[in-house]
Write a protein that binds this ligand. Structure first.
Ligand code: ADP
Ligand code: MG
Length: 725
């Protein structure tokens, strides 16, 4: 049964081959007769690769064509409705086709088609009986409707529909009509062939009888069939609101599949082995000395999470822990302590950062912190002198480099680790799916799997943490190091730009403090984005001739970028104009002002991250958000939220609300399984129920493994790979 689904479910392959081999793909959508390769391609764009995908392609809304209204009634309703009409005549103008009609009461209505096929002129002739579906409005002189759906009435369609019309998510060139037909004929075939090998797996409920009783929801096929064609007498309110039992069943199934696959990933991980990095923490340990050398005391929160991590490292199965703490909460030193434990146990530690600037900064910090211990650090980035790179690769391979810091260059094939005990991923949400998968493959080559510590400043709301990240242990730091003054956020219209510059001159630069000036995101064009940054740099340099204004952007060579950052750290540069390179992690305590141009174009999490670049020293800091009106409603909400709040957790929640979970930073990119129908915030009860059921299904003494596998396969197909990593 499982094969039956998975054979056809090779999405990855079909994506790869889609250009070359569309014939092959059309076969993968089996059982759907006469499907041509053009249609197959369109379906693929909707992520439909086989019958199972097609069946689970649910409507996102319905149209109600089950009631026929008169023109008088239709005028009272602010929605599209069905009407039976008789055509009086039609008029063709250069732009429109006008069709004049009357209903059975003799009332008049004019239909206006904005574009039309020439043969409509022959169909919509005097005395033709038609049914339209559209919104009817009172025009100047008579009722009218614009571009309704229409059909010529005949003996087959004379009676009104008995089910609601499903409207599916679609793609260019693929009509609702085609989708509706494909799906309804598939359902018909499944119902008739439910006892055949071909269709049984599509019909069968994946849940055992006992569990079905427990959750009080309809069977899978009944729910699916209903949702594709709800009967006109159903509870429409519940259906539209999203809590109809059939929909609840689908959501439940989806969440359950996710829970099951995550649980399985945990079980798999526990079966693997990791080096136990048990060390003694006496005064001679590197950890103790490192702590002693620090110019500050760890906060309570830092101590707490450092302990959680250390305990994990003692264990013989891989740690998989996410350290989340607001920007500036001091995650780096916690990572360094874990690294120290790893080194003392005589294993290597790799630290991966999303940008070269950040990786370089880690090298500096770690060099400082570990200076007394004779620990060698290797540094790997994408473009690097080949001689230097070769040397580092050598030291990584022979084990003489104990700390290895870099960007995703750390996961290239040419890197051979000698004895890797711990991998630390900073700003993990910035890494894409492919990079995360590569990392897993890279580090899981041996029998011993290294421990993993991920760090993120974008806190995950509780509901997401419990579901999407169920395979992670989470450590949270809820406190900033002492002595920080809160960051003042200002929202300023670009028209007052000169005041901003004056203020910066007098209150910041003359007091020997520094400024980040972040330039707008220009989504359409990197060129424009760069131009904006260049112009800003010029403008500021002219207006502030006594200070050094320099530019850092993504197109610069690594060495140049790093050199500029170094000069900023040394206060040789007072204003650093940047595209968003500095967005993550950079730590320059003397920089006290963050100016963000076109703040309305940035996402909430991004704004919060950027703001977190300042407020790192003892001096009061400011974040100045320059906006350019007019603002969209969404932009207004974002700016208001960031203006009123400083708490990263709250902001992350708002971000989630404004964008919806699919777009939540981190979940989209990091490869966690997305939910199509369920909403973790709204369907929290289902999550709890699914967690309970997952526990039951994975109890080997009660149910065979295949039950859970079949359920996962139906809902996640080969997406399951993500969960295992
Ligand atoms: P993030 O969590 O954003 O990565 P960092 O690790 O870069 O934060 O730390 C921010 C700043 O706070 C750094 O300058 C760091 O040295 C400092 N810091 C970290 N922990 C403490 C502490 N316990 N007391 C004082 N300063 C600290
Ligand atoms: Mg950091």
């Amino acid at each position: 049964m499982k094969n039956n689904v998975s054979n056809k479910n090779s999405k990855k392959n079909s994506e790869k081959n889609s250009e070359k081999n569309s014939e092959k793909n059309s076969n993968e959508i089996s059982n759907i007769k006469n499907i041509d390769s053009k249609l197959a391609k369109q379906l693929q764009r909707l992520n439909i690769f086989n019958d199972n995908d097609l069946l689970l392609h649910l409507p996102n809304r319905y149209e109600d064509e089950t009631i026929i209204y008169s023109i008088k009634q239709a005028l009272q309703i602010d929605n599209s409705v069905s009407l039976n009409l008789t055509v009086l005549n039609n008029e063709q103008s250069s732009k429109y086709l006008l069709v004049n009609c009357k209903d059975d009461n003799g009332d008049f209505i004019q239909i206006r088609f904005m574009h039309f096929h020439p043969f409509w002129l022959k169909m919509l002739v005097a005395n033709a009986k038609i049914r339209i579906f559209g919104k009817v409005k009172q025009g100047f002189n008579y009722a009218e409707t614009i571009h309704p759906k229409f059909e010529i009435l005949n003996s087959y369609n004379a009676a009104p529909k008995t089910t609601l019309t499903p409207i599916y998510p679609s793609t260019a060139g693929l009509s609702q009509y085609t989708l509706q037909n494909l799906i309804s004929s598939l359902i018909f075939k499944i119902e008739n062939g439910k006892n055949t090998a071909e269709f049984e797996y599509l019909y069968k409920d994946s849940l055992p009888e006992e569990i079905l009783k427990k959750i009080h929801l309809p069977t899978f096929f009944r729910s699916i069939k209903f949702l594709h064609a709800p009967n006109k007498d159903c509870n429409k309110t519940a259906l539209y609101k999203g809590d109809h039992p059939a929909l609840m069943r689908i959501k439940f199934d989806e969440i359950l599949a996710q829970q099951l696959s995550l649980r399985k990933a945990i079980l798999n991980r526990k079966k693997k082995h990791s080096p136990s990095l048990k060390i003694s923490f006496d005064n001679n340990s590197i950890v103790a000395k490192l702590l002693n050398n620090l110019p500050f005391e760890l906060t309570k929160e830092q101590q707490k999470v450092a302990k959680e991590i250390s305990n994990d490292l003692n264990k013989k199965f891989p740690m998989h822990r996410l350290l989340q703490g607001d920007v500036g909460s001091g995650k780096t030193i916690v990572a360094a302590l874990a690294a120290a434990q790893c080194i003392q146990a005589d294993f290597q530690v790799a630290i991966m950062a999303p940008t070269e600037v950040l990786a370089e900064q880690h090298v500096q910090k770690f060099s400082q912190w570990f200076a007394d211990f004779g620990v060698e650090i290797a540094f790997l980035i994408g473009n690097q002198k080949s001689k230097e790179k070769k040397l580092f690769l050598q030291k990584i391979a022979d084990g003489s480099a104990k700390i290895i810091i870099g960007t995703h260059a750390l996961i290239q094939d040419s890197v051979n680790y000698h004895k890797l005990g711990l991998v630390i991923i900073d700003e993990q949400h910035r890494f894409g799916v492919a990079q995360r998968l590569n990392l897993q493959q890279k580090i899981c080559q041996n029998d011993l799997v290294p421990h993993q510590l991920m760090m993120s400043a974008t806190p995950i709301p509780r509901s997401l943490a419990m579901t999407l990240y169920a395979d992670l242990n989470i450590s949270t730091m809820n406190e900033l190091p002492p002595g920080r003054t809160p960051i003042k956020t200002l929202l300023i219209n670009n028209q007052r730009r000169h005041e901003i510059i004056q203020h910066i001159h007098k209150n910041i630069l003359q007091k020997n403090q520094q400024v980040y000036w972040v330039c707008p995101l220009v989504e359409e064009s990197e060129k424009l984005e760069l131009q904006d940054a260049i112009n800003t740099q010029k403008e500021l340099q002219i207006l502030l001739p006594d200070f050094n204004v320099e530019l850092s952007h993504g197109k610069q060579k690594s060495a140049e970028k790093l050199a500029i950052m170094q000069r900023f750290i040394e206060n040789q540069i007072q204003i650093l104009v940047a595209t968003t390179v500095i967005e993550v992690g950079v730590d320059v305590p003397n920089a006290t002002v963050m100016v963000i141009e076109h703040a309305e174009r940035f996402g909430l999490a991004q704004l919060h991250q950027l703001r977190g670049r300042v407020g790192r020293g003892k001096q009061a800091s400011e974040c100045i958000l320059i906006f350019y009106p007019p603002l969209s409603e969404l932009a207004k909400k974002r700016l208001q939220t960031i203006y009123e709040n400083n708490d990263g957790f709250f902001i992350a929640q708002q971000d989630l609300k404004l964008r919806g979970p699919g777009e939540f930073v981190g979940s989209k990119q990091s490869g966690v399984i997305l939910l199509r129908y369920a909403n973790l915030e709204e369907d929290f009860q289902l999550v709890e129920q699914a967690q309970e059921v997952a526990t039951m299904l994975l109890d080997e003494t009660k149910y065979p493994e295949q039950i859970a596998d079949f359920h996962i396969q139906r809902w996640l197909g080969d997406k399951i790979n993500f969960a295992e990593n």
